[in-house]
Ligand binder design. Structure first.
Ligand code: TYM
Length: 324
């Protein structure tokens, strides 16, 4: 049976890109496939962070994932740092990963080139991600395309570890959504929609009120001209709107383009579709009791440890550590 796993880093506000790239895909398979959904709080420590914010967001992310449909009876639902096997395996995998390999990661290059001191954990971040994935014998990792390179690294590390120390890990592969694997920012469609955007104007947040979502969409940057065409290279703004509409309605952006004669009409349709997708999540989130969320996370961590502990034991022995 395939096992699918994906994680969310509580380093900003969850947005439509996260929803379409990973939340929707992981939740839709939870009743048919073995599924692991987690909040990667340790990853939020790799950049400048406020401890109280990380704690608050970890609980908020857990609530939003439950509100979006994650069912803790159907999937394994946990916070990464509650399962110390993630960090233990991280170290063992560091011993099977090259320094140059980690340095070649595009996200590392991008994030480390920004101003300010670079934390060592930013370099080793993809190795922790490999541990997250390999710990549970994951076969498929639903992610947006910005994370695909990290999943490739996990696959390479698993293959190398198995070759050197004997068969230990299952080889995972990234699975991108068919449309909107990289949703772009509404205000600057040359950049991806991101939790850490300088301005919130182009980010459709899961917790934005419907009026705010509509306003952001109506103000979205469009391209010169008036034609509604799907050509991401030449018309990135309009193409992004078509992509959003396609992702929210299960259609194809090329087909949708033919239905609209002007930008205003297209934007109204996008706003309706986004509100229909996100408003119920926000409403369910508002009704959740944080104590219930905490209880769910406690049970999830216990169940996860039962699964993770034997895998770490196997990796420890394979790599040469003396059993206790
Ligand atoms: P994170 O928290 O940045 O993003 C969560 C998921 O959302 C996807 N995503 C997008 N998809 C489409 N368009 C966008 N604009 C967009 N922005 C983000 C991401 O690709 C991701 O799937 N390192 C990971 C979390 C993680 C993880 C893991 C994921 C930790 N361990 C193991 C998978 C497996 C991250 O920070 O994602």
């Amino acid at each position: 049976m395939p096992r699918r796993l994906t994680g969310f880093t509580p380093s900003g506000d969850l947005h439509l890109g996260n929803h379409i790239g990973a939340i929707g895909p992981i939740i839709s398979g939870q009743t048919t496939d073995d599924t692991v959904v987690f909040i990667s709080d340790l990853h939020a420590l790799t950049l400048e962070h406020d401890p109280a914010q990380v704690r608050r967001r970890t609980l908020e992310f857990a609530g939003l994932l439950l509100a979006a449909g994650a069912d803790p009876d159907a999937c394994l639902f946990l916070v990464q740092s509650h399962v110390p096997e993630h960090t233990e395996l991280h170290y063992l995998l560091e011993c099977a990963t090259g320094f140059g390999e980690a340095q070649r990661m595009i996200q590392f290059k991008e994030k480390s080139s920004r101003q300010g001191p670079v934390r060592l954990s930013l370099l080793t971040y993809p190795v922790l991600m490999a541990a997250d994935i390999l710990l549970y014998d994951t076969t498929e990792v639903p992610v947006g395309d910005d994370q695909s390179q990290h999943v490739e690294l996990a696959r390479d590390v698993a293959r190398r570890f198995n070759a050197r120390y004997g068969p230990t890990f299952t080889l995972p592969r990234a699975v991108n959504p068919p449309v909107a694997a990289r949703l772009m920012d509404l205000a600057s469609p040359g950049s991806k929609m991101s939790k850490s955007a300088a301005s919130p104007a182009g980010t459709l947040r899961l917790l934005d009120e419907p009026g705010v979502l509509r306003r952001k969409i109506m103000r979205a940057v469009t391209d010169g001209g008036t034609e509604v065409v799907y050509e991401p290279e030449h018309h990135p703004g309009v193409s992004n709107l078509l992509t959003i509409l396609a992702a929210c309605t299960g259609d194809r952006p090329e087909r949708l383009a033919a239905r609209f004669t002007g930008y205003g009409e297209l934007k109204e349709a996008v706003a309706d579709a986004v509100i229909t997708t996100l408003a119920p999540v926000r409403e369910r989130y508002r009704e959740l009791d944080p104590d219930h969320v905490r209880r769910v996370l406690r049970v999830g961590a216990e169940r996860a440890r039962e699964l993770a502990a034997p895998k770490v034991r196997q990796a420890r022995e394979a790599i040469g550590l003396l059993p206790r």
